[in-house]
Design a protein around this ligand. Structure first.
Ligand SMILES: *Cc1c(COP(=O)(O)O)cnc(C)c1O
Length: 384
């Protein structure tokens, strides 16, 4: 009996291709994509310090985590299969039966649904505060029970700005963890704030090309370890090929973000002057209710513009030609959606009114097209 490769039959050979080893020091400039779901351990190191199984750890995915931790000024980061997996994994890791979480009315709809429909099944209570009523935040804390305050800034879809320092101060005073979904502002922003858990949907600006679904959670090592083991147990780990695409996309992240912000500002100013536009909400406009706070907290005002017209938002979305009518944001192509249809269906009339959502309101995510082409498209849609 031989175990020599030369004596193997065809199926054995096909399933054990010859490995290609690099000479020490002969390194690729771009890290390879390790698609292998398993790795053979070496006798020379403790087994559990090594890569063994892809659901637990993968070198390509690890590189992305290290990049994102550094970019966000945090000790550790974990990347997962979606932005919503980052949120649900965090909640499931840090909350237990009998606990309480505080969130804000202005919240990404699937997050709201998870808290309302899933967390309640595990006897985890929640209280919702309107962002403008932040003064009430302290009064809804349940001593010994409230474990997390979770918020977004800017909010989806109406771009309200949270007073982050105020939220952190109240949370710290009461020994509550702060979790922030920073998706709308992008990964490079708000890194000066000491939020315990910073979450991003990498599907948006992180990947930026509209072809990957992913999420990230960054914070102190001790917290991220807890969240990591929950996410591994949930099987929510990110695929290495997806990790590679995001890592690649990140090289142009700042270029994209800066350009998208510049164009968004131009479009917001254009819309504000247009007779058929009733209102424009963009943190970079003087007219934004929290313009000063946004300037204090953010380096770039973002690529998302909300506005209200005098007619049906859904019809408007079918009139634009270059701008695409669909979900999501932060991609290279500009995207528009009617806010009521996409984000308002679970809200009451009164809530929607207060949040400025109605059948004439829209959310536009600005891409990398030339601004004049986008403005031409908006003009023809407004005037037809
Ligand atoms: C898109 C989005 C998410 C969810 O991210 P997915 O990658 O789609 O799961 C969470 N929060 C905000 C603010 C988002 O815009």
């Amino acid at each position: 009996m031989s175990t020599d490769r030369k004596d193997w039959n065809i199926n054995t050979r096909l399933n054990h291709p010859k490995p290609v080893h690099m000479l020490k020091g002969n390194e690729p400039l771009i890290s390879p994509v390790y698609l292998s779901a398993k790795f053979s351990p070496s006798e020379d190191f403790p087994y559990w310090d090594q890569y063994i199984y892809g659901r637990v750890a993968n070198p390509t995915t690890r590189q992305l985590e290290i990049t994102l931790a550094e970019l966000q000024n945090k000790e550790e980061c974990i990347v997962v299969a979606s932005g919503i997996a980052a949120i649900t994994g965090t909640f499931l890791a840090l909350l237990k039966a009998g606990d309480h979480i505080i969130t804000f009315r202005e919240l990404y709809k699937p997050t709201r649904m998870f808290i309302r429909e899933n967390l309640t099944r595990f006897n985890i209570e929640s209280t919702v505060v309107a962002l403008k009523d932040i003064e009430k935040l302290e009064s809804v804390i349940k001593t010994g029970k409230t474990k997390i305050i979770h918020f977004e800034s800017p909010t989806n879809p109406t771009l309200e700005i949270a007073d982050i320092k105020k939220i952190i101060d109240i949370a710290k005073k009461n020994k509550i963890l702060v979790s922030m979904d920073g998706t709308f502002a992008g990964i490079h922003q708000h890194t000066q704030f000491d939020v315990d858990i910073m979450i991003h949907s990498l599907t948006k600006f992180g990947n930026g090309h509209g072809d990957v679904i992913a999420g990230s959670i960054a914070g102190k090592t001790s917290l991220i370890q807890e969240i990591r083991s929950m996410c591994i147990n949930l099987g929510a780990t990110l695929d290495p090929h997806a990790s590679y695409l995001i890592q690649r996309g990140l090289k142009t992240y700042m270029l994209r973000y800066e350009r998208q912000t510049e164009t968004a500002q131009k479009i917001a100013e254009f819309l504000e002057k247009h007779a058929k536009v009733k209102a424009v909400i963009y943190p970079g406009l003087q007219s934004h209710a929290s313009h000063a706070l946004a300037k204090e907290q953010m380096r770039h005002m973002g690529a998302t513009v909300a506005f209200e017209i005098n007619s049906s938002a859904t019809k408007f979305c079918h009139k634009v030609k270059l701008i695409q009518f669909t979900a999501s944001l932060g991609s290279t192509e500009s995207i528009i959606c009617p806010t009521d249809l996409f984000f308002g269906t679970d809200l009451g009339q009164e809530e929607k009114k207060e949040m400025g959502i109605n059948e004439n309101t829209l959310r536009l995510s600005v891409g990398l097209e030339d601004p004049e082409d986008l403005i031409n498209d908006l003009t023809q849609a407004l005037e037809n």
